[in-house]
Design a protein around this ligand. Structure first.
Ligand SMILES: Cc1cc2nc3c(=O)[nH]c(=O)nc-3n(C[C@H](O)[C@H](O)[C@H](O)COP(=O)(O)OP(=O)(O)OC[C@H]3O[C@@H](n4cnc5c(N)ncnc54)[C@H](O)[C@@H]3O)c2cc1C
Length: 694
């Protein structure tokens, strides 16, 4: 008999790998005298004991009130409206062209019939705006994206890059959907590298117009939402060319934004000089009509330059408060972060839906069990808990982090504080990339966690996965965005060594550089008590330590490689290191916000539940990167083991309140289950539950 499968009485574990031979012999003898319960029976008792163990008292309603905050009502209005209109729900089988028309119909009905008028909130109350977009995207992600193209991208560019004259002229039409529009930045040859775009806008002083030109095929605007079928106007990003009297004839003033009509407002015919093509059937989001735009010397009035950061006078003189092309470009892109904030926020919404479906299903689905005993719920399997409980914890963590991002964004919109602009830029880049990548991976895990039934279209995973996938790419490719976070951290690091101050968001680095980078304390490295491991200070210190080390070592490596490879080459040589640094930093920011959110929760039971979830989030991440901590003896072997054990235990505890935790997301049935064909969601649900036992 192998010792590996002998139940050990002297250890809390199933297996006794470290047992002395004499002890083992004595134990074997005692087993003969007192035979243990059979393995399955023991397992069952363990499950029962665990299940019976002080389950936390959680009131899903109270928790939900805290989570959903003051914008619950507007989200309810969106959900109730679509629930009351089964004719507007997207069927599982639908052709691309029909889907596009349905998507427009859904949008028009929401705005004109349900009376949800979101545009004014884009600037006045961004938190309310993002709450609406999250709810709309939960109903149908194509609709959420079409909504976002209209109000965040096209509408947002007019409000944020234009001036009063633009607001006065376009606000009402954008709000009521008369001016359906596009945001035309990406070109066939340039997506991430926006400064590389080639479309040009040349000022003609004779006619007081700009001439918009696509100089080559690579400069065709590509992937432009609303362009293929519905859009009437577009914000087109182009290099502004001003005539000069020198030998060049023109001067490149950098990328600017222009309002270009593309279809006739009355007849909807494509306007002269504009060529529109369809980007065709996509992996997902087929309710959105993405198209390509080519401009053959299209003339627009000078007033159509969105002139907040740079203007051209009647005689062709250029004026701007910002001295360089780079500063103007940064200011322009800085004003467009709203789309990114919305994506991060909506991605958490998608994660909530996926986690809700997978966890509810796993609670009810039963497979296998001890002999002659009822089958057990699949969520009682440790492996299933391992797949879903840290994910549930991350969903909560991301919720609070994106709420924080929205708060900062709203503050920034009010104050236009320069530091806040930089902060929100880096935070939105980091959270958008981290959260959308996590959600994309989780959608596959959730599908798999629901077995074959997860593959039924009715359970939404297929459409959620396909529709959400591109969140990782648009509004900034995730790998590119993480580099902006790393770049920002390094800038802060350099400033520290030049005696400058650290920005608000990154302030922990100031401390950590002094505190954490000294040798790990050999005494605390061995502390393994539950109180210590669940102390937010230990958790935050560990996260900050990791980030600080990564930052310091990245800086050292970059300095070394720059000498031989130049700065571009050195950056590329250290790229994976830099991406890990950015992720580590974002994880730290997420944990900080979670800890703060717990403190502010008014209900004691909810607070206790959130603390449990937060501890799981923190310890699971520490355990996932335990090699880093062990390498430098930040945690001793006994402590590493204790972290692992506690993370497993917390996962189990979270499982016990998983139902209440997903109930607190408070998602309506028609969001967590797709309608089958043309049935109403209620009928579809009733029919489906007969087979699956949801
Ligand atoms: C469905 C859909 C809708 C869209 N809607 C719009 C819209 O309405 N308006 C609009 O203007 N655009 C839109 N886009 C375009 C979108 O914003 C771009 O696709 C996105 O910015 C990425 O650019 P790209 O496709 O050129 O990818 P690339 O930049 O070519 O990236 C390709 C790969 O190279 C990697 N890579 C690139 N640069 C680096 C680097 N420096 N370091 C490391 N890796 C790098 C990326 O990580 C990525 O994996 C849409 C795209 C899609 C698919």
């Amino acid at each position: 008999m192998s010792s590996a499968i002998i139940p050990s009485s002297n250890s809390g574990n199933e297996y006794a790998d470290d047992e002395q031979p004499t002890t083992r012999r004595i134990r074997l003898l005692s087993i003969h005298l007192n035979p243990p319960l059979d393995h399955h029976h023991r397992h069952q008792l363990q499950l029962e004991a665990c299940s019976a163990r002080a389950k936390m008292d959680v009131n899903a309603d109270k928790l939900s009130t805290y989570l959903r905050g003051k914008h619950r009502d507007i989200q309810e209005r969106v959900f109730e409206y679509f629930n009351s209109r089964p004719d507007l729900q997207t069927p599982i089988e639908i052709l691309k062209d029909d889907y596009r028309e349905l998507c427009l119909k859904q949008l028009v009905a929401l705005i004109r019939e349900a009376g949800i008028r979101p545009f004014r909130y884009v600037v006045e109350d961004p938190a309310k705006y993002f709450a609406i977009i999250e709810a709309v995207g939960s109903v149908d992600m194509s609709l959420g994206i079409k909504f976002g193209v209209q109000y965040s991208l096209w509408g947002g560019s007019v409000l944020n890059l234009g001036t009063k004259k633009h607001r006065d002229k376009y606000f009402e039409g954008i709000d009521n959907l008369e001016y359906l529009g596009c945001f035309a930045m990406t070109e066939l040859h340039h997506g991430s590298n926006v400064q590389g775009i080639q479309t040009i806008a040349t000022f003609d002083p004779l006619t007081d117009e700009f001439v918009i030109t696509t100089p080559n095929d690579g400069a065709i605007k590509w992937w432009i939402g609303n362009a293929a079928v519905h859009g009437k106007l577009a914000t087109v990003f182009a290099k502004l060319m001003l005539p000069t009297h020198d030998k060049n004839g023109v001067s490149d003033m950098g990328v600017h934004a222009f309002i270009v009509p593309i279809r006739d407002l009355k007849t909807h015919k494509t306007l002269p000089g504009v060529e529109i093509n369809d980007c065709g059937h996509k992996v997902g989001l087929n309710g959105v009509d993405n198209g390509a735009l080519r401009f053959r010397d299209v003339r627009i009035p000078r007033d159509n330059l969105l002139n907040r950061f740079g203007d051209v006078s009647r005689d062709g003189t250029y004026t701007s408060n910002l001295p360089t092309i780079n500063k103007r470009f940064a200011a322009t892109l800085g004003e467009l972060v709203g789309g990114r904030v919305g994506l991060a926020y909506s991605s958490v919404g998608v994660l909530k839906i996926a986690a809700t479906i997978a966890i509810r299903y796993s609670l009810l689905r039963q497979q296998f069990g001890p002999p002659k005993q009822p089958e057990i719920s699949i969520l009682d399997y440790q492996s299933q808990q391992h797949k879903l409980m840290p994910m549930l914890a991350s969903t909560y963590a991301f919720h609070f982090a994106t709420v924080h991002l929205v708060e900062k964004y709203s503050q920034m919109k009010k104050t236009h504080d320069e530091q806040l602009v930089a902060d929100v830029h880096a935070l939105s880049a980091g959270l958008k990339s981290y959260v959308t990548s996590y959600t994309a991976k989780s959608l596959s895990i959730c599908r798999e966690a629901c077995g074959g039934h997860g593959y039924a279209a009715v359970n939404r995973f297929g459409s959620l996965r396909n529709d959400h996938d591109i969140f990782q790419t648009f509004e900034g490719d995730n790998t590119v965005l993480l580099q902006q976070v790393a770049g920002d951290l390094l800038k802060q690091y350099q400033e520290k060594f030049r005696g400058g101050t650290f920005a608000v968001t990154w302030s922990y680095l100031r401390e950590s550089m002094n505190t954490y980078l000294s040798q790990p304390n050999p005494v605390t490295a061995r502390w393994e008590g539950e109180d210590h491991l669940r102390d937010p200070k230990f958790q935050l210190d560990a996260f900050r330590y990791r980030t600080s080390r990564l930052l310091q070592s990245a800086a050292v490596r970059l300095r070394k490689h720059t000498k031989t490879l130049g700065s571009f080459g050195a950056w590329n040589r250290c790229l994976n290191h830099l991406l890990t640094l950015a992720e580590s930093h974002i994880e730290t920011v997420i944990l900080e916000n979670f800890i703060e959110a717990i403190k502010s929760c008014p209900d004691a039971n909810s607070r206790a539940a959130l603390k449990l979830v937060c501890d799981l989030y923190a310890l699971n991440l520490i355990w996932s990167d335990i090699g880093t901590y062990r390498n430098v003896d930040y945690v001793a072997p006994n402590k590493a083991k204790a972290i692992h054990k506690l993370a497993d235990y917390l996962s189990f505890q979270v499982k016990n309140i998983a139902k209440e935790l997903v109930d607190a997301f408070d998602l309506p049935d028609h969001v967590t289950r797709a309608p089958i064909g043309k049935q109403s969601p209620g009928e579809a649900y009733a029919e489906y539950t007969q087979y699956v036992g949801f």
